[in-house]
Write a protein that binds this ligand. Structure first.
Ligand code: FAD
Length: 521
C-alpha cells in the first residue's frame, strides 16, 4: 500500500475505470471493496487521508442499535445485526464481542429492558453474539464495577460488537489494493466532465500533496463523500437542492480508572432522550455521544462547550468516580451525514440511520446516511443499483465471506499491537531487531509502528500516524503532542524529507491537537 505505486496506476494514459468512487470513508471503502470483488476496475479517491472524516470519529460500535429498536426501526436493527455478525467474521482481529450493561434503577425498567433485549437477541438470529441476562446487584457486585450504586437494582447485560474504525478503514484500503483496485489519499475531486449526451464520463482530480491534475475516465462515478455529498452534487448541477442534514456527535476519552469495568456501559435515556455509552477502548474509556444539528460540514468539527458539559454531567450521575474537565485526555467530534428529514421528523435523533441511494440525470450515483456497521451492505446495494441502472450484467458480490487484510483469529486483546492482526508479527520482528524504542510507553507506540505506517499503510503526515494508524490523538492528545517531533523525525527518514518538513509537520500537528485538549479554566 504505497502512494507512489497507486499514482503510477492513474498515470497510465487512456485508462478507463469501471467505477470511480469519490470519498475514502466507510461508505466509499465499502463500495470500492464490493466493486473489486466483482471484478470491476475500481478507483477510489480521497481528498485527505482515508477515514479523516466521520469514519475515524465514531463511538467504535459494530451494533444492531438498541436505540433504533426502541424507535421501532426493526428493519434497520435486523440489517445491522446481520452485518455485525458478518463483520465479526470478516475482521475478527478488529471486532470484539463486547458485553454491555444497562444499569437498572426501577422494576419497570428491569421488565422493559430485559424483554426488549431478548427481542434484540432474537432479531440477530444465528449471527447473535450471545444472550442477554439480568445481573442482580447483590451478590456479586463485582460484575458492575465503577457504577454509582445509589438505588441500583442491577443491570441488564447484552452483547454487541466493538471495533477500531480507522484501523478497519486502513485494512479495507489494503484489501481493495490486494484485489486489484486502486486507492489514493490526498487526491481531491474538483470537477466532473460530461459527454455530448450530458452523461458523466470523467472526473478531474487534484493531487493535494504533490500538485498536478488528472483527468480520469469512468463508466460510473459514485459520490460517497459523507457530509460533503451536496458539494459534489452541486459540481454535477449547480444549485442542486440539499440532500442531507448534518448532526454532530462528541466523545470524551478518560483514563480507565473512571470506569474500570470490562463491560461497556449503556445509559438508555439521558435527559435529552438519547443514549450515552462508556466504552472500554485501547485501555481507556470513550464517553459519548451527542446529537447536535450543525450548519457547516467540516473535516475538523469542534466540540461545543454545551456538549462537553452534557457528557460530563450525565456520566457523573452513573459513575462512582466523577470525571471532571481536567480528567479528559482527548475530546473529538464527528459529523453524521443524515438523509434530510422526512415530514414529521423534527429532530436529528429521529432521522432514520438507513442509507439512501440517489442517481442524477447525468448518472452521478450518490449515497446518503448509513452506519459504519452496515458499510458492506451499503457497498453491495450501491453496486447492485449501478448494474441495474446502467444495464450491466449482474456480477456476484464477494464481500460477505471475505477475509479483510489483517484477518487473524483467537486474538489476545491485551496485546498492545493486537489491532494489526496478522501484520503484528512483522512489526514485532522489527521491534525485536532494535533497541528499546518505545516513543510512548503509556500509549504503547513504538518507532517501528511509525516506519510500518509509512512503508505499508500510506501514512503521509504526522497526523495520519498519530490519529488514524495509531490512535494517539484520540486516546491522549497531550501525550501525542509530546511525541510528535520524534514521529516526524522517523517519518522524514522513511519519506526522504528534510528538517523544514519536520518543523512544518510538528507545527501543524500541534495546532490541530490543541482542539482535542480541554482547557480547564
Ligand atoms: C459521533 C458519531 C458516532 C458514530 N458511531 C457509530 C458507531 O458506533 N457505529 C456505527 O456503525 N456507526 C457510527 N456512526 C456512523 C458512521 O461513523 C458513519 O455513518 C460513517 O463513518 C460515514 O462514513 P462516510 O464514508 O459516509 O463519511 P466520511 O467518513 O466522512 O467519508 C467521506 C469522505 O469523503 C471525502 N471527500 C469529500 N469530498 C471529497 C472530494 N471532493 N474528493 C475526494 N474525497 C472527498 C472526505 O474527505 C471524507 O474522508 C457514528 C457517527 C458519528 C458522527
Amino acid at each position: 500500500m504505497q502512494r507512489e505505486t497507486e499514482l503510477k496506476k492513474i498515470s497510465e494514459i487512456e485508462i478507463q475505470w469501471d467505477l470511480i468512487v469519490i470519498g475514502g470513508g466507510a461508505t466509499g471503502l465499502g463500495i470500492a471493496m464490493d466493486s473489486v470483488t466483482r471484478g470491476y476496475k475500481t478507483l477510489l479517491l480521497e481528498q485527505s487521508d482515508f477515514a479523516k472524516g466521520t469514519s475515524s470519529r465514531s463511538t467504535k460500535l459494530v451494533h444492531g442499535g438498541v436505540r433504533y429498536l426502541a424507535q421501532g426501526d426493526v428493519k434497520l436493527v435486523r440489517e445491522a445485526s446481520i452485518e455485525r455478525g458478518l463483520l465479526c467474521r470478516n475482521a475478527p482481529h478488529l471486532v470484539k464481542n463486547q458485553t454491555f450493561i444497562i444499569p437498572i434503577f426501577s422494576y419497570w425498567d428491569m421488565l422493559k429492558y430485559t424483554s426488549g433485549l431478548k427481542l434484540y437477541d432474537w432479531i440477530s438470529g444465528k449471527l447473535t453474539l450471545g444472550n442477554s441476562i439480568f445481573i442482580s446487584r447483590k451478590p456479586p457486585l463485582d460484575d458492575l464495577p465503577g457504577l454509582n450504586t445509589d438505588g441500583l437494582l442491577g443491570g441488564v447485560l447484552y452483547h454487541d460488537g466493538q471495533f477500531d474504525d480507522s484501523r478497519l478503514a486502513i485494512n479495507l484500503v489494503q484489501s481493495i489494493i490486494e484485489h486489484g483496485g486502486c486507492a489514493i489519499n490526498y487526491m481531491k475531486v474538483t470537477g466532473l466532465l460530461k459527454n455530448h449526451s450530458q452523461k458523466l464520463e470523467a472526473v478531474i482530480a487534484e493531487d493535494i500533496e504533490k500538485g498536478g491534475k488528472y483527468q480520469l475516465k469512468a463508466h460510473a462515478v459514485i459520490n460517497a463523500t459523507g457530509v460533503f455529498v451536496d458539494d459534489i452534487l452541486s459540481m454535477d448541477k449547480p444549485g442542486s437542492p440539499k440532500t442531507i442534514c448534518v448532526s454532530q456527535g462528541v466523545h470524551l476519552v478518560l483514563d480507565k480508572k473512571f470506569y474500570p469495568s470490562s463491560h461497556a456501559l449503556m445509559i438508555p435515556e439521558t435527559s435529552d432522550g438519547r443514549v450515552l455509552f462508556a466504552v472500554p477502548w485501547h485501555d481507556k474509556v470513550v464517553l459519548g455521544t451527542t446529537d447536535t444539528p450543525v450548519n457547516e460540514a467540516s473535516l475538523e468539527p469542534q466540540a461545543l462547550e454545551k456538549e462537553i458539559r452534557f457528557i460530563l454531567e450525565t456520566a457523573a450521575k452513573y459513575l462512582a468516580l466523577r470525571p471532571e474537565r481536567k480528567d479528559v485526555l482527548s475530546v473529538f467530534a464527528g459529523l453524521r451525514p443524515l438523509a434530510a428529514p422526512k415530514q414529521g421528523e423534527q429532530k436529528t435523533k429521529e432521522i432514520s440511520r438507513s442509507h439512501k441511494i440517489l442517481v442524477s440525470p447525468s448518472n452521478l450515483f450518490t449515497i446518503l446516511g448509513g452506519k459504519w456497521t452496515t458499510y458492506r451492505k451499503m457497498g453491495e446495494d450501491m453496486v447492485n443499483f449501478i448494474e441495474h441502472h446502467l444495464n450491466w450484467s449482474h456480477k456476484k458480490p464477494g464481500t460477505a465471506l471475505m477475509q479483510i487484510h489483517g484477518y487473524a483469529k483467537d486474538m489476545n486483546w491485551n496485546d498492545p499491537l493486537y489491532f494489526y492482526g496478522s501484520d503484528a508479527r512483522f512489526i514485532k520482528e522489527r521491534i525485536n531487531g532494535t533497541a528499546n524504542q518505545w516513543i510512548s510507553e503509556s500509549l504503547k507506540i513504538h518507532a517501528m509502528q511509525v516506519e510500518w505506517a509509512v512503508e505499508n499503510e500510506m501514512a503521509r503526515t504526522v497526523e495520519d500516524v498519530l490519529s488514524r494508524r495509531t490512535r494517539a490523538l484520540l486516546l491522549d492528545a497531550g501525550e501525542s503532542v509530546r511525541i510528535c517531533r520524534e514521529v516526524a523525525g522517523i517519518m522524514a527518514k522513511a519519506l526522504h524529507k528534510d528538517h523544514v518538513w519536520i518543523d512544518r509537520e510538528v507545527a501543524s500537528y500541534t495546532e490541530l491537537a490543541r482542539q482535542y485538549i480541554l482547557t480547564t479554566n
